[in-house]
Write a protein that binds this ligand. Structure first.
Ligand SMILES: NC(=O)c1ccc[n+]([C@@H]2O[C@H](COP(=O)([O-])OP(=O)(O)OC[C@H]3O[C@@H](n4cnc5c(N)ncnc54)[C@H](OP(=O)(O)O)[C@@H]3O)[C@@H](O)[C@H]2O)c1
Length: 269
């Protein structure tokens, strides 16, 4: 199958200052893409250093855009700034995200709303703007970094999982609407990955799930996700065991049982 060639493509990646987004930017840079990297303003220094490494290593063209995606104007501002510099965007990688762990009623609603602004609203707005431009040209790719949490309710991080389920449903529905247009929407659905996302306030040092599936490295997830993206895989869950557990079991098990298992394995160990 013909692979999508990213050489010379203009690629926006949000949340590129750490974790999966940073490693995805490494893959795109290595293959010759022109990069437009977003980060939280607090991480501007970190991202500037990372951009420097990519330039030194691959001679890449990299611009950075520190914009807070939890604000109302953030996603539109980021998109405007990038398009002004890039002239056109070939690939959007929606990746910036955060996590809040605990019982829904015990996590301050303000924190959950920030999560919704970034994990749900910013994804949707950036996707809406990019898609309109891509559809008018009949070419483009959107990669939404979703999660295995998209496939079943996730007790202990209920809003996080619900936001991922929203993005999953949106991505699949939109990709179906635009089939044959030259524009493609894909998702990357990793299981737990060793990044700062899992080291935030309230997240246990270990959860029982790690005993079943371990903890992925962001390098490996990005590498596999990047390959799947180039092959045009619409939904990609890295790892056969994860694919079986997350795409198959929730469909055959009674829902209450599936939810109870998720509650058990996502609990602190
Ligand atoms: N780690 C996992 O287990 C896992 C599993 C499945 C899916 N995912 C998904 O993978 C994506 C990347 O997460 P990660 O694990 O790589 O975590 P990460 O290393 O914490 O990266 C998240 C990125 O998003 C940025 N971000 C957070 N809030 C932002 C805001 N308000 N405005 C702009 N940027 C903001 C972060 O910047 P700061 O560093 O400044 O906060 C960081 O660069 C997320 O969508 C996550 O849901 C992660």
């Amino acid at each position: 199958m013909k692979q999508y060639d990213v050489r010379g493509k203009r690629v926006l990646i949000t949340g590129a200052s750490s974790g999966i987004g940073q490693q995805l930017s490494h893959c795109f840079a290595r293959e010759g893409a022109v990069l437009f990297l977003g980060c939280h303003p607090g991480e501007k220094r970190v991202l500037a250093d990372w951009a420097g490494e990519l330039r030194a290593c691959y001679g890449s063209t990299v611009s950075i855009f520190p914009v807070d995606l939890s604000t109302k104007s953030g996603p539109d501002r980021l998109y405007r700034q990038v398009v002004k510099r890039a002239k056109r965007l070939d690939v959007l990688v929606n990746n910036a995200g955060l996590m809040a762990y605990g019982n829904f009623h015990e996590i301050p609603m303000e924190r959950q709303e920030v999560m919704l602004m970034v994990n749900l609203r910013a994804y949707s707005r950036l996707m809406h703007r990019a898609l309109a431009d891509m559809m008018s040209r009949g070419e483009g790719r959107i990669l939404n970094v979703s999660s295995v949490s998209a496939f079943q309710p996730t007790a202990h991080h209920a809003v996080y999982g619900a936001a991922k389920a929203f993005i999953q449903s949106l991505s699949e529905a939109v990709d179906t609407e635009i089939a044959g247009s030259g524009v493609v929407v894909c998702t990357l659905n990793p299981s737990y990955t060793d990044t700062p996302l899992l080291r935030g306030e309230g997240f246990p040092r270990r959860i029982r799930w790690y005993r079943i599936s371990g903890l992925n490295s962001p390098e490996r997830i990005a590498e596999k996700g990047f390959r799947a993206f180039r092959r045009g895989r619409r939904i990609y869950i890295p790892g056969l065991r994860n694919a079986l557990i997350h795409s198959f079991l929730p469909r055959i098990l009674p829902r209450r049982l599936s939810n109870a298992i998720a509650y058990f394995v996502l609990k602190g160990a």
